[in-house]
Design a protein around this ligand. Structure first.
Ligand code: GDP
Length: 377
């Protein structure tokens, strides 16, 4: 899937960079261009991407802090400059635009929904968002910001892939190490998803070996399958796991199914999200180790587990001793994790509005489209 990335805010810029670098290292060439946008000059410095500094007249390059209303305002004011920079990157062959942001802060939280709206207005190309949810230990302002941002982003983007910052955190990591590890995880998963629709030419597939002919692959995934999986709109998540491939081709039927189970049950970007409207399974590995039977069985299992009758599946040739399973889940807004998050965000917003206990309706965030959270736009 030929993609242009726009990272908004600090997290957005770093994740866009990790994704562009992963795509480059693997030789996928799915990421065609990337831009980082921020109101904080210091956060743009050192990024190996083209950049646009927004809100200079208002915050003088110092950033908007955690004020996402100001983040939305400075993006709206400077949208023309951002769109003009992007018009040189988005071409007739661009198949998707990804807007990436941490939803708990200021610039990304406020700016990403504004930019997604503007991009959708101007381009026919699907506009997807990658939204990073704050971890549980981040303060209530971050939770409230993320709730409002998510509500608006989900409305403006064609689909929003959510990453919970608690999902892949390793214990014992410092915050910075933890973030870098999470960004690597995001890059690997989204990177593989974008690569899945790209033709593999006669070249090395990233892990050192010689080229593998695309014809050897059994049932390749097409860009349209990624787009169709996300077509229902709303919220999405990605699951991923990898295991050592067996020397015995027959045993790899089990490796593919057990790795897929792991990807969905313990490896998703939104823990606990396993019910979905649609899903896409991509199994990557050396073509001689990818069993068609295994992929088909794993696909049926994903159908049962997600309760969706719309599960697409295919394989992707990678020169690796390992077998990886990537599951894209679309339509996960009914998951407990989202309900819990929206509850928490609505509570945090209610607190910041300084309401009394009696006025607070704890059940107000019953549905994802709850009225307690103010729209950002
Ligand atoms: P902004 O620059 O105002 O958009 O705010 P930040 O991007 O700094 O922070 C917003 C949210 O993103 C917070 O919940 C942070 O925990 C999270 N965050 C910040 N940097 C990173 C990062 O590099 N990776 C990830 N995964 N999350 C980050």
């Amino acid at each position: 899937m030929k993609t242009v990335l726009v990272g908004v805010g600090q997290a957005g810029g770093k994740v866009a960079t990790a994704l562009a670098e992963f795509d480059d290292e693997m030789g996928f060439r799915a990421v065609r261009d990337a831009l980082a946008v921020n109101s904080a000059k210091a956060d743009l410095q050192g990024l190996p991407l083209d950049t646009v500094l927004i809100g200079q007249d208002v915050v003088k390059g110092h950033g908007v802090g955690a004020d996402n209303e100001l983040g939305a305002e400075v993006m709206a004011n400077d949208a023309e400059e951002v769109m003009s920079e992007l018009s040189g990157k988005i071409g007739s062959d661009t198949e998707a635009i990804f807007v990436i942001a941490g939803l708990g802060g200021g610039t990304g939280s406020g700016g990403a929904p504004v930019l997604a709206k503007e991009l959708s207005r101007v381009y026919d190309t699907p506009v997807y968002a990658i939204g990073i949810l704050p971890g549980r230990d981040e303060g209530s302002l971050y939770q409230a910001n993320a709730g409002r941002s998510l509500k608006t982003l989900a409305r403006e983007a064609d689909a929003t892939i959510l990453i919970d910052n608690d999902a892949w955190r390793e214990t014992g990591d410092s915050v910075a190490e933890g973030m870098a590890a999470i960004n690597e995880s995001i890059a690997r998963r989204i990177g593989l998803l974008l690569a899945a629709g790209e033709p593999v030419e006669d070249r090395s597939l990233g892990l050192g070996g010689g080229g593998i002919d695309r014809d050897v692959a059994q049932s390749v995934v097409d860009t349209s399958e990624v787009i169709n999986t996300l077509r229902s709109g709303g919220l999405a998540a990605v699951g991923y796991a990898e295991s050592e491939a067996s020397e015995e081709p027959d045993e790899n039927v089990n490796v593919v199914t057990s790795t897929t189970r792991k990807a969905l049950l313990s490896g998703t970007s939104l823990p606990g999200a396993s019910e979905a409207d649609a899903a896409l399974l991509v199994v990557a590995g050396r073509p001689d180790s990818l069993s068609r039977k295994g992929v088909e069985r794993a696909r049926s299992w994903v159908e049962e587990e997600t309760g969706s009758m719309e599960v697409r599946g295919g394989d992707y040739p990678l020169d690796s001793d390992r077998i990886s399973s990537l599951v894209l889940l679309s339509g996960v807004e009914r998951s407990d994790r989202i309900q819990e998050f929206m509850d928490r965000a609505a509570d945090a917003q209610a607190e910041s509005h300084d309401r009394t206990e009696g006025q607070r309706k704890r059940d107000a965030a019953e549905t994802f489209q709850n009225d307690e959270l103010d729209d950002l736009l």
